[in-house]
Design a protein around this ligand. Structure first.
Ligand code: NAD
Ligand code: UFG
Length: 335
């Protein structure tokens, strides 16, 4: 039995679907602050297996004690947290409370109940503005906003926990830019209000819900002047969690992995790929750079390939096609 915090969210729901598909049993803990309860039925429809669902908060120690007493968890996959960079600048305390205090509360319950196997959702944002590319796991870490600092603090907390007690087995996964949706079109990303991230924004322009894409800067030192990122299909990312769990079954200690494709694409390349996948023209304008953005960021994902036997499989066409199917079916709409 695996406890998945944040399991009705974007990456969590795809991971739960893969876990169930692989015959694992799952309990989801989610307070639904950024997802919907019907995701549980959607996962069940996709997999034919029903995850258990507890609506609640990772900061609720009594609830955690109840869950850990009731189920014999083999491991925890910890997705729950807030993730909007801009919001974290405006509401830092909410981010420290939800992400840092929430994670501390969860790790405390794990310790009390002797469940010491953990896969943690970190982010490429912990690398800040990279000095060299591609990014290896041993690159210098430097968060540039409160959200990034919460991830860095949790990573450091986990290092201390692993150092203090060798019984802990921890995989810290640094995600690059997850996009796309489940091929069934039943689950995907559902951002609140106007999307901040590129793919949901483009998808809504293609669907006619937003007028045009604003490209934040075409004067970066990149071949076409627009920002370059390492976009990874969310199902590939989900499968990385299963590989990490398998690795922890055989290896002790703390392990850090980049989960990306290793391939960077510019904003204009993404826009063209989405036009091809959707058959729509996507109007755009060039506007000034977004404060805090970096020129380029992509992974050296060779450590995950070597140690986990994991490699992203989906190309950009599939990522855009699946995002478009989700958008046409249901996607990105808040009920
Ligand atoms: P998401 O918002 O879709 O999912 C997070 C889930 O956690 C939501 O369902 C939300 O309701 C739940 N949640 C939040 N706070 C909670 C709390 N205190 N108690 C219980 N549940 C709570 O986000 P996502 O994109 O699926 O991201 C999952 C994790 O991956 C996050 O930790 C995020 O920081 C990290 N991450 C995401 C990205 C990305 O681009 N999506 C990139 C790097 C890292
Ligand atoms: N972009 C635009 N217009 C938009 C939105 C984005 O031009 O409307 C550009 C950005 O300038 C950037 C690229 O598209 O060059 C990607 O931007 P996103 O906002 O989609 O993603 P970021 O790389 O800025 O950040 C994301 C998450 C962070 C996470 C980081 C690394 O939002 O939380 O990936 O994982 F830390």
């Amino acid at each position: 039995m695996i406890l998945v915090t944040g399991g009705t969210g974007y990456i969590g729901s795809h991971t739960v679907a893969e876990l169930l598909g692989a015959g694992r049993e799952v309990v989801i803990l989610d307070n639904l602050c950024n997802s919907r309860a019907d995701v549980v039925e959607r996962i069940t429809a996709i997999t034919g297996e029903q995850p258990q669902f507890a609506q609640g908060d990772i900061r609720d120690a009594a609830l955690l004690d109840h869950l850990f007493a009731r189920h014999k968890f083999e491991a925890v996959i910890h997705f729950a947290g807030l993730k909007a960079v801009g919001e974290s600048v405006e509401k830092p305390l909410e981010y420290y409370d939800n992400n840092v205090h929430g994670s501390m509360t969860l790790f405390g319950a794990m310790q009390r109940h002797a469940v010491k196997r953990l896969v943690f959702s970190s982010s490429a944002t912990v690398y800040g503005d990279p000095a060299t590319l591609p990014l290896r796991e041993d690159a210098p870490l430097h968060a540039t906003n409160p959200y990034g600092r919460t991830k860095l603090m949790i990573e450091q907390m986990l290092e201390d926990i692993a150092r203090a007690d060798p019984a802990w087995r921890i995989a810290t996964l640094r995600y690059f830019n997850p996009i796309g949706a489940h091929a069934s079109g039943r689950i995907g990303e559902a951002p609140n209000g106007t999307p901040n991230n590129l793919l949901p924004y483009i998808a809504q322009v293609a669907a006619g819900k937003l007028k045009q894409l604003s490209i934040f800067g075409d004067d970066y030192p990149t071949p076409d002047g627009t920002g370059i990122r390492d976009y990874i299909h969310v199902v590939d990312l989900a499968l990385g969690h299963l590989k990490a769990l398998n690795h922890l079954a055989a290896h002790s200690g703390l392990h850090v992995y980049n989960l990306g494709t290793g391939q960077g694409y510019s904003v204009l390349e993404i826009l063209r790929a989405f036009e091809r996948a959707s058959g729509k023209t996507i109007p755009f304008q060039i506007v000034p750079r977004r404060p805090g953005d970096i020129a380029s960021c992509y992974a050296d994902a060779s450590k995950a390939a070597r140690e986990l036997g994991w490699q992203a499989q989906c190309g950009l066409g599939e990522m855009c096609g699946d995002a478009w199917r989700w958008q046409c079916n249901d996607g990105f709409i808040r009920y």
